[in-house]
Design a protein around this ligand. Structure first.
Ligand code: C5P
Length: 310
């Protein structure tokens, strides 16, 4: 059972006050883009066991043990299902993750793999759970997992897990500048809190940007580029100052908008067309301000089965 799952970029990430549970209340406009991981789930050699192998983009930086989010998601699903399948065997799976989404890159790659594992194991075990059920189980694994199951464009509130789809017209063309090494999401949120405390900033309750919603509704790429906003960007730039040059290089090369993706260090650039995205990608790669640049378009659907093997 093979499931394809998209990366996300945050079109708006408005970070509210720190909550008692260590999370921040957000307004998080998620947008799924055509940069995909694939997760294959097969019956394990030994019933009731979970294994994981990782191939592809920075595979050696992904844990291949029980801490892997895909394994944790599969185990949570087994627990939800009641441990034993119709044949009386405990549920288990051998998972193979083929990565294209940058690791610790601010594009929710780990959450994507968890979402894909939920869909793959649900099908492998014949559970037939609804997307809503899978999204609820996924929210326990990570704040971005429910969106990887939903896809498209959506506003996330709470810690990002309560989703409302956003109407969007047409396709948007993106370039992503992938960096060497990742950034830790908790560390970036912590830096954001520290910068705000140092500045004596009163942290406002987050709200969705009207110009951004209008740009999505109208399919207006220049307006969307101008409305992109990420409250985590100053923190990501403080922890990785070289990203300022990456963003400048994209703007100089004619991007309609340039932003750090989520907690970074991937930078996202909005292009006017697929051709423009290819030009922008080549220009970024040539300036040496990133490890590599890739093009993608959004919105795309959430995790879906691409291959079923009897
Ligand atoms: O939910 P997830 O495990 O993906 O979150 C990773 C970390 O990001 C959390 O431990 C927390 O430090 C930070 N976070 C946050 N507020 C959110 C989402 C994530 O502070 N709404």
């Amino acid at each position: 059972m093979t499931v394809r799952v998209p990366a996300k970029v945050n079109l708006q990430l408005a970070v509210g006050p720190l909550r008692d549970d260590g999370y921040h209340d957000l307004v998080n406009v998620f947008h799924a883009v055509s940069l995909f991981d694939e997760v294959t789930a097969t019956e394990p050699g030994t019933p009731g066991t979970f294994t994981v192998r990782i191939e592809g983009e920075s595979a050696d930086h992904v844990p291949a043990d029980g801490t892997n989010l895909a394994v944790r998601a599969a185990e949570a699903l087994a627990k939800h299902a009641g441990q034993t399948g119709p044949a009386g065997h405990p549920y288990g799976a051998d998972l193979l993750i083929r990565k294209a989404i940058p690791v610790a890159g601010g594009m929710a790659g780990g959450s994507a793999d968890a979402a894909a594992a939920l869909v793959a194991c649900d099908a492998l075990w014949g559970l037939g759970l609804s997307r809503a059920d899978l999204m609820e189980i996924g929210a326990g694994i990570g704040s971005d997992v429910p969106f990887a199951l939903l896809g498209g464009t959506a506003v996330g509130t709470g810690r990002g897990e309560r989703l409302t789809p956003v109407p969007a017209t047409g396709a948007f063309h993106w370039v992503f500048a992938l960096a060497d090494g990742g950034l830790s999401t908790p560390q970036v949120y912590g830096e954001c809190d520290r910068l705000r405390a140092d500045a004596g900033e009163e942290v406002a309750w987050p709200s969705a940007s009207e110009p951004l919603m209008a740009a999505l509704r109208d399919g207006d790429a220049p307006a969307l580029g101008a409305a992109l906003a990420n409250d985590l960007q100053p923190a990501a730039l403080a922890l990785r100052p070289s990203l300022a040059r990456t963003l400048d290089a994209g703007r100089d090369a004619g991007a309609l908008g340039a932003i750090v993706s989520g907690s970074g260090p991937t930078c996202a650039f909005l292009a006017a067309s697929a051709d423009h995205a290819r030009e922008l990608s080549a220009a970024l790669a040539a300036t040496g301000v990133c490890r590599t640049a890739v093009t993608a378009q959004g919105p795309v659907p959430g995790a879906e089965i691409v291959q079923y093997e009897e």
